[in-house]
Design a protein around this ligand. Structure first.
Ligand code: PEP
Ligand code: MN
Length: 343
C-alpha cells in the first residue's frame, strides 16, 4: 500500500500515520515526491487490509498495490529513477551501452575488447569473471584474476566495469572491483544474494530470470531496495518460450510494462535475448525505440574463438555499426520528444 499525503501535511500528521502503520505490525518508508510526501507501507499483505488511515489528518488518499512490491513501484516513486555511476547517468532516456565479451578469457582478450568498446563509444565494459554455465564442463571463468584484468582495463580506458556476482560470499570482493554488480538470470531469485546486494553501496543490474514473471522480477528488485540499496537497474534478457529458433524470446513488452509499473531504469540485452549476433542490431534498435535506458550486448575481438557465447557476440566491425545506430536512434527519440518516459 502507498499513502499519499496532502501537500500541506505537516510532520506531526506524517508521524501519526507512521504510528498507525507500525501499530498494525507493518513498517513504512517515506519518500519526498515532487509535490508531496508518499509513504510506502511494507510488510505482510494480509495485515494491510486492517490498516485504515484514510481518515487521518493530512492523508490525501491510499493506493492499494495488490502486488508483492512497494518500494520499486511507480506509485511509491512517481519520478523515474536515474542512477549515477560516477558521472554516467542511467535512466530517464540516457541510453547507456554495456558491451564486451561474455567472459573474461585472458588479459590480452579483455584489453583488446576494452579498446574496441571504448573506440565504439559504449560507457561500460562487461565481462564475466564468475560464469554460471549450464554444463559443469564449460569454461567457468577466471574468477578473481578476471576481476583484476577488468580493473586494469578500466585503468587503461576509463570505461566503467560491470561483472556478475554469483555467491553471497563473493559480494564484497566483486564490489571492490566493479562499478555495477550484475545478478544473472539464474540467480534472480537467489534471495540471500539479493539481500546481501541490498547492503552494498554499489548499483546492481538485476537480470530477469529466464522463467520469471514481471511481478517476480520486481519482487526480486524489492528484496534489494528493502535492504537499503535503491540503485537497481533492471535488465530484460529474454525468457523461455516454446520457440527454439532463438535462444530465448526477447520480451520487449517488458520495457513498456516496467515503465508503467516501476520507476527503475531498464536495460535490454538482445545478445542473450536472441542468442544470434545477426539479431542483436534490430532488437537493440527496437529496444531503444521502446524506451529502454540502456543496451547490454556481447562483443568479442574474434567471436569464432570465444570460450562462451561466440554465436551471439558481435565482431568489432558490427559493434561499431550497431553503436552508430543506437546513438542516432536514442538522440532522435530524445530530440523529437518521442522517448517514452513512463506509461
Ligand atoms: C551474462 O550476461 O553474462 C549472462 C550470463 O547472462 P544471463 O544471466 O542473462 O544468462
Ligand atoms: Mn553470455
Amino acid at each position: 500500500m502507498v499513502i499519499i499525503m496532502r501537500s500541506d501535511a505537516d510532520e506531526n500528521s506524517i508521524q501519526r500515520v507512521m504510528e498507525a502503520v507500525e501499530a498494525n505490525g507493518l513498517s513504512a518508508k517515506v519518500m519526498q515526491g515532487a509535490a508531496q510526501k508518499i509513504i510506502g507501507v511494507i510488510g505482510d499483505k494480509e495485515k494491510m487490509c486492517c490498516l485504515d488511515v484514510e481518515s487521518l489528518k493530512g492523508v490525501e488518499k491510499t493506493v492499494n498495490i495488490s502486488k508483492n512490491y512497494t518500494l520499486v513501484s511507480r506509485e511509491f516513486h512517481p519520478e523515474s529513477t536515474v542512477i549515477d555511476v560516477d558521472g554516467i547517468k542511467i535512466g530517464n532516456g540516457n541510453v547507456v551501452v554495456m558491451a564486451g565479451p561474455c567472459a573474461v578469457e585472458s588479459k590480452e582478450q579483455i584489453m583488446a575488447s576494452a579498446e574496441i568498446i571504448k573506440a565504439g563509444g559504449a560507457q561500460f565494459l562487461r565481462g564475466g569473471a564468475y560464469k554460471p554455465r549450464t554444463s559443469p564442463y564449460s569454461f567457468q571463468g577466471l574468477e578473481e584474476l578476471g576481476l583484476k584484468y577488468l580493473a586494469d582495463a578500466r585503468e587503461r580506458t576509463g570505461l566503467k566495469i560491470i561483472s556478475e556476482v554469483t555467491e553471497v560470499e563473493n559480494v564484497k570482493k566483486v564490489a571492490e572491483y566493479v562499478d555495477v554488480l550484475q545478478v544473472g538470470a539464474r540467480n534472480m531469485q537467489h534471495f540471500r544474494l539479493l539481500k546481501e546486494l541490498g547492503r552494498q553501496n554499489k548499483p546492481v543490474l538485476l537480470k530477469r530470470g529466464m522463467s520469471a514473471t514481471i511481478e517476480e522480477w520486481l519482487s526480486a528488485a524489492e528484496y534489494i531496495v528493502n535492504e537499503g540499496n535503491n540503485k537497481v537497474i533492471l535488465c530484460e534478457r529474454g525468457i523461455r518460450s516454446y520457440e527454439s529458433y532463438t535462444r530465448n524470446t526477447l520480451d520487449l513488452s517488458a520495457v513498456a510494462a516496467i515503465k508503467h509499473l516501476s520507476h527503475l531504469p531498464i536495460v535490454v540485452d538482445p545478445s542473450h535475448g536472441t542468442g544470434k549476433w545477426r539479431m542483436v542490431k534490430p532488437m537493440a534498435y527496437a529496444a531503444v525505440a521502446a524506451g529502454a535506458d540502456g543496451i547490454m550486448m556481447e562483443v568479442h575481438p574474434d567471436p569464432a574463438v570465444a570460450l562462451s557465447d561466440g554465436q551471439q557476440s558481435l565482431t568489432p566491425e558490427h559493434y561499431v555499426e550497431v553503436m552508430k545506430g543506437i546513438k542516432a536512434l536514442s538522440g532522435f527519440m530524445q530530440d523529437s520528444g518521442l522517448y517514452i518516459r513512463e506509461l
